[in-house]
Design a protein around this ligand. Sequence first.
Ligand SMILES: Nc1ncnc2c1ncn2[C@@H]1O[C@H](COP(=O)(O)OP(=O)(O)OP(=O)(O)O)[C@@H](O)[C@H]1O
Ligand SMILES: O=C(O)[C@H](O)CO
Length: 379
Amino acid sequence: MKIIIAPDSFKESLTAQQVAKIINKGFQSVFKDATIINVPMADGGEGTVQSLVDATSGKLINVNVSGPLQEKVEAFFGLLGDGETAVIEMASASGLHLVPPALRNPFITTTIGTGELIKRALELGAKKIIIGIGGSATNDGGAGMAHALGVKFRNKNGEEFFPFAHLLREIECIDTTFMDERLKNTLIEVACDVTNPLTGVNGATFVYGPQKGATENQIRILDQNLKHYGEKISQYLMRDVATIPGSGAAGGLGAGLMAFLDAKVTKGIDVVINLTKLEEKVKDADLVITGEGQINEQTPFGKTPVGVAKLAKKYNVPVIAIAGSYVKGYDKVYECGIDAVFSSVPTAMTLQEVFENAEEHLLETSINVARLWSLANNN
Ligand SMILES: Nc1ncnc2c1ncn2[C@@H]1O[C@H](COP(=O)(O)OP(=O)(O)OP(=O)(O)O)[C@@H](O)[C@H]1O
Ligand SMILES: O=C(O)[C@H](O)CO
């Protein structure tokens, strides 16, 4: 019997690698002779770097960068086992969680730290950089990131200025002459968490500005500024990125990455499936176990369990999801290749108790699921 364990992390309680190890232990206790392979997964969201570092025996690199308000923050990225692929979560340098609610002001928050992470990855020899974007504190269209990589923004007097979001309308000319040369030989892939365009009612500012602290007046200005920025990008970089789905992700960082770094937008889960070579492993498996912290009605939209299940179904492999928990709407995953869903919370308890006992609960549930699977298969 060959069993593949390919879960996402349980946010706030267990990394994907921990989840996989615990489920493995549960199954191994019932299927003593089975080949059980762990493949920690992710979907481009929080935890992607950790999962891919674990899955490829890579390493985490800590870097001091400028945070959203240009304060010093310790961010990180992953250098994967191949030594050539770097994985970045923009939120580690420019995320909303780094700014206390009282200080949230997208006029002045910047993606410069994300650019500094990219620069560090280049210094370490990365030939391919995967960037998960979302959860940002910023609305600067990725101009701060571009600045960190050598792009110069000039006003109508030819003076260079720092591209704060509230100043983007001052851009007269974008000069890429001094951009980091190494980027020319580097493949950039972006995993966006949303498909919004850069501007307009469905754009970066109107939809995600309020959660970053933008007032109504700021929203109007920031949206106009991004519109101007998109036009200047078309003029100077010959790329129309403003309407591409995902250009409005992370306050327009999607647009900036496509424009300045020629980034290809991909689904996070597909990037991870590729890097972990999951398909090869799943092909001849008898069972796939996946999971995430909570299975809900968002799970069918690009989340790990459904990505894994769709792949397994190509080869008719049964798929069981062991989740931390599940809530209303979770049953939509039955139409997406998942055959059964189990929650690992055994009884009513507080969230604190859930987190404190996460390992034990998951192990018990895994043993029970394994016993059921054994019964069903006459083992
Ligand atoms: N051990 C656990 N047992 C039960 N529920 C858990 C456990 N760990 C996390 N959760 C629940 O899962 C929620 C997080 O869900 P999940 O890990 O799927 O992240 P998410 O926000 O959907 O991630 P993303 O959007 O990045 O894919 C937590 O808020 C918590 O309610
Ligand atoms: O960062 C943001 O703006 C949201 O997560 C959407 O990408």
